[in-house]
Design a protein around this ligand. Structure first.
Ligand SMILES: *Cc1c(COP(=O)(O)O)cnc(C)c1O
Length: 417
């Protein structure tokens, strides 16, 4: 049974809208860049299978998932739910490849990101039977480490070694080459320049071996939002007869980091996709002088009416949003009004002050995120980034078809100090 005490409402219109904003921006200025819609980490908490269906129906040619398991789930749901007249999107597995995942990758027609010999060997083995049966070589994407020291082969000798091994596997085909920027949200960062130069060196090295990948990709939401790298990406793709691909994630869900030292060209066009709601478990009439929650960090200075909510930090409501008498914390909204969190947030329970909303009833819905409070607000209070807030949500996502709501003015939390 699906829980009705707390849930995530995912606006199909808003997800489609953000995708279209990104697709248009990526191709501004003449040349075209295709968008790979990143739905890894369960679509940043929004539900990977659900978002995959919406994006595929919108015509997204590429999706990006975390691993083979998530990719297989997404593929299964697309095969079941996408009308057969629509093309199945390609699914890039972005976070490495364990040898034990290779069969799943081939079976579910996923596209792996590789950079080691071990990965090549495992995948070649998994692809061998289909290749012997006359299927074409299995497409792979190669990541280049240009400065993150995370995933990827560095240009130079390690890349040459990888290419040697790759050329010995006729059952594999180098379809794409990618890198990832460390500081995309900083305009004109020195590290980005350095990474671009290293990526170009790697592409040169690959071309010198007679390989001609069809896709060259780099860039996340901030890269598309800040835009200055896009002509470069298009230019290098063009130089090698390839097509360019950018990989936004966060912006699809309506959020963007502020660009440091430059403009955010898209941020204001994006609309948060998710609204997190819950029911009210009970109301409590608390006299003046009572303490609230663990460690009694909040003492009422007047009689208060509290609503007890069936969510806590186990659901992704960050504990840093707790409030003491001397420090106001987070807030939620009830009937469009902001309502302060009081006391410590518990694992599965939270108390909020609804004294000012006298006619609130158990039929009311509480909005925890999305309507008057954003993942940026939670991130600020929690010393986190919006990514963490969204990925930390554990509630069940369901699609809504609500039309675009007007932007809400940000309410001031009503601290009860
Ligand atoms: C997560 C990720 C992205 C998407 O990043 P956003 O900042 O969410 O747009 C793109 N590329 C790679 C390699 C990633 O790991």
């Amino acid at each position: 049974m699906e829980s009705r005490k707390t849930w995530l409402e995912i606006s199909e219109q808003r997800l489609r809208h953000n995708y279209r904003v990104l697709a248009a921006a990526a191709s501004a200025g003449g040349r075209e860049t295709t968008i790979l819609a990143v739905i890894k980490a369960n679509a940043y908490g929004h539900g990977a299978t659900l978002c995959a269906q919406v994006l595929a129906a919108e015509g997204a040619p590429w999706l990006g998932v975390t691993d083979a398991e998530e990719g297989a789930q997404v593929r299964r749901s697309l095969v079941l739910n996408l009308p057969s007249r629509m093309a199945q999107p390609r699914i890039l597995v972005m976070t490495g490849l364990l040898p034990s995942d290779a069969d799943q990758i081939v079976e579910s027609k996923l596209t792996p990101v590789l950079w080691t010999e071990v990965q090549l060997t495992a995948l070649a083995q998994a692809a061998r039977a289909d290749f012997a049966r006359g299927d074409g070589p299995f497409p792979i994407h190669l990541e280049i480490d240009t400065g993150m020291s995370r995933q990827g082969a560095p240009p130079g000798a390690p890349l040459d070694l990888f290419l040697d091994r790759l050329l010995a596997h006729p059952e594999l085909h180098l379809e794409g080459v990618l890198t990832h920027f460390a500081s995309a949200e900083i305009a004109s960062a020195t590290i980005t320049d350095h990474q671009r130069t290293r990526f170009e060196a790697a592409l040169h090295q690959i071309a010198a071996r007679g390989l001609a990948p069809e896709w060259i990709h780099a860039g996340n939401s901030s890269t598309v939002d800040e835009a200055s790298c896009m002509p470069w990406l298009q230019e290098i793709a063009n130089r090698y007869g390839a097509r360019s691909l950018a990989r936004p994630g966060l912006a699809l869900y309506g959020y963007a980091l502020p660009i440091q030292g430059g403009p955010n060209l898209l941020r204001h066009d994006l609309k948060p996709v998710l609204t997190w709601k819950c029911r009210i478990l009970a109301f409590l009439e608390i006299p003046a002088g009572a303490t609230i929650g663990y460690n009694a960090t909040f003492t009422t200075r007047r009689p208060m009416r509290l609503a007890l909510l069936p969510v806590g930090y186990a659901d992704g409501l960050r504990r840093e949003l707790s409030a003491t008498n001397s420090r106001s914390g987070g807030w939620v909204t009830l009937r469009g009004k902001s309502v302060a969190i009081v006391g410590r947030i518990s694992m599965n329970l939270t108390t909020v002050d609804v004294t000012a909303i006298e006619d609130a009833t158990l039929e009311d819905e509480i909005t925890l995120l999305g309507d008057g409070i954003t993942a940026d607000d939670h991130a600020l209070l929690a010393g986190a980034v919006p990514y963490e807030i969204l990925c930390g949500l554990r509630s069940h996502p369901k699609l809504t078809h609500s039309a675009f709501a007007p932007p809400h003015d940000r309410p001031i939390p009503s601290g009860q100090n």
